[in-house]
Write a protein that binds this ligand. Sequence first.
Ligand SMILES: [Zn+2]
Length: 444
Amino acid sequence: MRTVLKCCVSTALVCVLASLVHKQSAAAQGGPIAIRAARLIDGKSETVVNDAVVLVENDKITAVGPGLKISPDSKVIDLGDATLLPGFIDAHTHLLSEMDGTNLTLQDVEMLRIVATQSTAQRALLGAKLGREDLEAGITTVRDLGNSGVNGDVALRDAINHGWLLGPRIVAATRALAAQGGQFGPLTPQAQPIIEQEYVTIHGPESARQAVRQALYDGANCIKVIVNGSPANVTLDEMKAIVDEAHTAGVKVAAHAIGEKATRIAAEAGADSIEHAYIVPDHVLKMMAEKHIFLVPTDGTLQTFEDMTFGARQPSAEEKSRTEKEFQPFIERSRDRLRRARKMGVPIASGSDMYLTMPKQNRGQASLLVFEAYAEAGMTPMEIIQAATRNGAELLGMLDRIGTLEAGKLADIIAVPGDPLKGVKALERAKFVMKGGAVIKNEK
Ligand SMILES: [Zn+2]
């Protein structure tokens, strides 16, 4: 009885999904499109293409170049004095989390509040809103790294892929793997069951392998590991087991690691990216460069930290100076490690790690502020663009489909006003966004 019912339900579901998928692809099938703009940066080459044209058919780019011939049956989108770029890739998002940053010292408590009071369904709906904000800001792909309840990120990813709602392509991690306690800090035994609502805690290499297999079964496209948690840490043997199991399945590993020991464990084990690494010695950076392990510098500017701390409230002069004193050493240290990483040839992929409510920006706009932090560390606008496009695609294992403007790739194309090589702030103002050949936004 049950089996028959299940069969009918799944057949009906397949029909509904098929029609939805058809509807979404139909959105990108209005005949050939020619997009023109004064400039184009393809994400790969350092050369700017002037008088640029990108030809799109269905969901793919068919040609890119200066002054291309446009067939008369093409729909022409002329963006004027703008620069065409590949859609941005944010390699470190938390679309299913929004924390109140006005009291950062209580971050553990804020995380507990979210996990204890918001269902995964609610968080997925929040992710739908934040994902749309990302997409409209020009972020066409994200790697969502946990803090999404039990597989809420997979639900959001699939809903977007089915065409139920608009959002970026999502590479989902499911629950992050961590040692005892995840990132919650010490909890009473009675409160500890909550940890597994947000993390999968591992206990030795075999349990670590099992956790990877569970994540893959749950629909993960990548694995996130909290190497140094709060308070416990993942060991080198556990990390090696995780990387081995994930790589055997063809899936990449993102390691949250800060400090000599955690970054060394992540690099030695062969993680594909190290997230944050606010503190990292040169010998680990050297290993990262040699093994081609990406650094994802989730950095902020002083303004970002002030906005997070005070929210919409105007701080007093004394509060402002206290916050500056508090964050400046951390900011300086982050700038220094990014400078050292660049010098040593560590590949860099852009990641915002934005999960706080910001008073002046929505999630998409706030996520792009990370570019200003990179610029403060001396990265050039061209390097920043490549970190947020081509490098992100390589890290996500999607360089064959996205990350550059080339014939054969998916038509994830954005345009920003003017010339972003003159100042990265232009990257925060996408006026045109296309994802998979479908126009998402076109501000005249
Ligand atoms: Zn994060």
